[in-house]
Design a protein around this ligand. Sequence first.
Ligand SMILES: [Zn+2]
Length: 128
Amino acid sequence: MCDKQQPNNRGIAFFQDIANDVVANDAHEGDKDDYKIEIKWRNVFIFIYLHIAAIYGLYLPKQRSTVIIGWIIGILSGMGTTVGSHRLFTHRTFKANQALKILMMILQTMAGQEPVLKWARDHRVHHK
Ligand SMILES: [Zn+2]
């Protein structure tokens, strides 16, 4: 047996490790009765800032190309979250090759949300 894995196998093992971590984290979640609501103040301030900045941005002078690129980035990053983190990594609704998985991780990162592993874990808890 050879100890070295082929580059393609290492990449697949990486994603399998992520999936196994998500499943392992699910197994340690407590009952719903143990759930305690906790306000994440860091997230509260980030969302307040982002909304104020978005409203401010509406009044700034901008070129048409900036608006178009902004819409494209918004749509792609939204797909990274909805298709990638949600449907692919959390619910495993479909199978994807390595390139699509990496693309979905990049697009999800562009959305400025949590890392895909944490996103998938939290969303699985949300569905329980
Ligand atoms: Zn879901």
